[in-house]
Design a binder for this molecule. Sequence first.
Ligand SMILES: [Ca+2]
Ligand SMILES: [Ca+2]
Length: 457
Amino acid sequence: MKKTLYQDIFARLILAFMFILFLLSIPLTMEDGQAIATTPTSQGEFSERNPQPNPNLIQTVGWSDNFDSYATGSSLHGQGGWKGWLNNPALTAYTTAAHALSTPNSVNISAAADLVHEYSGYTAGAWVYTASQYIPSDFSGQSYFLLLNQYDDSATNLNWSVQVTFDSGTNHVINDGVSGGALPLIKDAWVELRLEIDLTHDISSFYYGDQLLYQGSWSGQVSGGGVTNIAALDLYANNASPIYYDEFSLSPKLGWSDNFDSYATGSSLHGQGGWKGWQNNPTATAYTTAVHALSTPNSVNISGTADLVHEYFGYTAGTWVYTAWQYIPTGFTGQSYFIMMNRYFDAGTDGNWSVQLNFNSTTNQVVNDGVSGGALPLIKDTWVELRLEIDLTHDTSSFYYGDQLLYQGSWSGQVSGGGITNIAAVDLFANGATAIYYDDLSLSPKLYQLYLPLIMK
Ligand SMILES: [Ca+2]
Ligand SMILES: [Ca+2]
């Protein structure tokens, strides 16, 4: 039985991978000069001769539901894969037009509602689970958002990976899992719940309205002893008053970005959006600022004791583009560093550097401290793009400073030597220097940048 199950999962993964390959092939075909067919084909059908960007293909790899195709006020048990807990129709929930992020409907989770949606085949890779939630100001009770790594209607194997309580008594959202964490409830507004699940490394990060609620183990977060699998969602009212949910999605994680614009101006980034001081030390934090910003209102000010880190997980193969925009004022003094690691641990052991760029006010140059060498004159009083193309499959990296190539060479062996083909962390290290500003950081697959505009049409 087990063998059959694994074969089935493997087959699903192969299918998902083939769909991604097909998507990636679209821009290449375009470059070959073939026209895109303008005649619509039936849903789900495509041919190599008529490559047509089709948003439905994205749906095939992931899942989404906005409740807008169901009748308003209808029971969801038996619609779109939804059902009551353990397939009990009495535990259903109803669509409603009372509040909706996308019109006409959201789902009302209240009273006896204990609404489940199962998933299958999500056993590897990195995924993003999002839901939008509306808590009215008069909310009362304790309502639960749950995800399980093992679920079946007969309840033979149940294991929880997410148990987050929305509690009117404390006016907080609370992680009931081992990583802890609590944040004040946001009411009378649509708030995004975003869970990043790296099944390969068994790590999950839960964001509530762009604030990090917790980061920690997926399989061991709540019940303990679970598996690296996304099995089911459960929206459990626990007899509380209504909470509304809309716009659910489960999609492959294709990258990361941060523009600092969702944080309060002048706030410490330690503990926000996955940022932290070096080795998780709050005194090495950096602050958002509105003094300079490429996207308004904020950038981050890297100066003085700032040594700001963001970790990444699951970037172990393929070609990736890391971009950051940087502003160096004319009065800049000191030596400030842009660093990337292929191994990073808060404990400080076994770290390995793949990028170390020294922005030096004395020589007025940016210098690559790695084995490939290279230096370019500093560009000041303007926003400059730092762009790093990282081919993990071939272990090469190319660094561009304002569209000029600073160096090209090994990724794993560039700075420390003896590293690995993995993107582990960025580190913005002021080293006592005066302020350098960074904005609009992103990490994305190289081909994704090409096919995204086609899909978005
Ligand atoms: Ca909707
Ligand atoms: Ca910004």
